[in-house]
Design a protein around this ligand. Structure first.
Ligand SMILES: Cc1ncc(COP(=O)(O)O)c(C=O)c1O
Length: 420
């Protein structure tokens, strides 16, 4: 058996890149993982909302193996391959933008976001970008600039682009209503952001890192209308909300609002690195030849995995399972909300549920220490969870959508025992 020697980690990787688990992970199957000491966990972190189809989904792995018999890499701009084209075709067919779309593939969520903004600026020939407080869009410079949460993502890394401005994101529990958030968008347009020189708004359908806060259809539809009125493109960052996480295949379906461009990553390839920018054809085709590209983007292996993910969604009732999961989780977590005075809120679309921990039902007293205690207790008891939110006091559930119902119940039981 292998054990992580802590001094070995410390002497080889930067301390800022710390891991939460003490031991190496040595095996993963669907919603379960095992560490190097043989301890089994239910994985409600899922590689940070990546493993929507679980660890080593057989259909995904089979497709990968078949691809690896042929070749492992070709830079798409030089030698196209069928997997990338099939995947683009599938995504164009499935993402609910009701006009022709095209898809371009890169490696990570941040890279997809960078490219979405790049394309929006080119198409509109405008500079400004409106983003939201609490939003998270990745760790590259522009993505950091778009991100609306300072610690730990931006602190000390500035300056960031001046052309990005942040409006309020609605947060019902903390009394930021949809209308107040919309007012803050209008206020930016009246002050620091020229609407005639704004290329795009970028928004998550439900904040991920920002605290699992869902935006209403009304709010997002109102953004859509503002964008239409001012000739601004609407970008949905669905890196976290995509691939079933909100209960539908895509967050856009959950809120019934149509963006112009969308970024996808995380769950797209079942654990293999891949991301996509999908948008209306006229926008995607506006860029000059070779103006977008990436050496590893659309890796044939990752594209094979992604086709396996879509096949699994088509054949295995994954969305039905996700909706069963969210029903059970919501009903039990809402009971816990009544029972424990340190649970302030339970919220989220589908199985993308966040539990906000506060002191004595006081929404103004976020309790990060207690949040960490609960997460640590859960880990001791065999359930992996992480926190999110501006104050680090929201526990989020990101388990595979393929988790068997008995394991969903087991996870909730461990959670409840750990609260006690
Ligand atoms: C909404 C959203 N956008 C972008 C990103 C960045 O993705 P990546 O870490 O793959 O660059 C994340 C990652 O958590 C995310 O949740």
């Amino acid at each position: 058996m292998v054990y992580i020697e802590n001094d070995k980690i410390a002497s080889n990787v930067p301390s800022a890149w710390y891991s939460s688990l003490e031991n190496y992970i040595v095996k993963g199957r669907n919603a379960e993982i095992w560490d190097s000491e043989g301890k089994r966990f239910l994985d409600y972190v899922g590689g940070y909302a990546v493993l929507n189809t679980g660890h080593l989904h057989p259909t995904v792995i089979e497709r990968v193996k078949v691809q690896l018999d042929d070749f492992s890499h070709s830079c798409f701009a030089f030698a196209p391959h069928e997997n990338a084209v099939k995947l683009s075709e599938e995504l164009n067919k499935r993402y609910p933008i009701n006009s022709d779309t095209k898809t371009f593939m890169v490696n990570s969520g941040a890279e997809a976001v960078e490219n979405a903004v790049k394309i929006a600026r080119y198409f509109t020939n405008k500079k400004g970008i409106l983003s939201f407080k609490g939003g998270f869009h990745g760790r590259t410079y522009l993505a950091m600039g778009l991100t609306g949460k300072d610690k730990p993502y931006k602190e000390g890394f500035g300056p960031f682009p001046e052309f990005v401005k942040h409006a309020s994101y609605p947060y019902a529990y903390r009394d930021v209503s949809d209308d107040q958030a919309l007012e803050s968008v209008k206020e930016l347009f009246n002050t620091t952001l020229d609407p005639n020189d704004t290329a795009a708004m970028i928004v998550e359908v439900q904040l991920g890192e920002g605290g699992y806060i869902p935006a209403s259809s009304y709010f997002l539809q109102s953004l859509r209308e503002i964008c239409d009125e001012k000739n601004i493109l609407l970008i949905f960052d669905e890196v976290q909300t995509g691939f079933g996480r909100t209960g539908n295949m895509f967050g856009a379906e959950t809120v019934n609002v149509v963006p112009d461009i969308v970024t996808l990553a995380k769950g797209i390839a079942g654990g293999f690195p891949l991301a996509a920018v999908l948008g209306k054809s006229e926008i995607m085709d506006s860029i000059h030849d070779a103006g977008i590209g990436s050496t590893f983007g659309a890796s044939p292996v990752s594209c094979a995995a992604a086709l396996g993910v879509l096949e699994a969604f088509d054949n295995e009732n994954i969305l039905e399972n996700a909706s069963k999961q969210s029903e059970i989780m919501n009903s039990q977590l809402l009971n816990m909300l009544k029972e424990y005075d340190f649970i302030g809120d339970v919220r989220g679309y589908g199985p993308m549920i966040g539990v906000e921990i506060v002191k004595g039902k006081d929404l103004n007293s976020p309790d990060k220490d207690k949040t960490m205690q609960i997460i640590s207790k859960c880990k001791d008891n065999g359930l992996l969870l992480v926190s999110c939110g501006e104050n680090g006091n929201v526990i989020r559930f990101m388990g595979p959508l393929t988790t068997p119902i008995n394991q969903v119940e087991e996870a909730l039981e461990i959670f409840k025992n750990s609260l006690n």
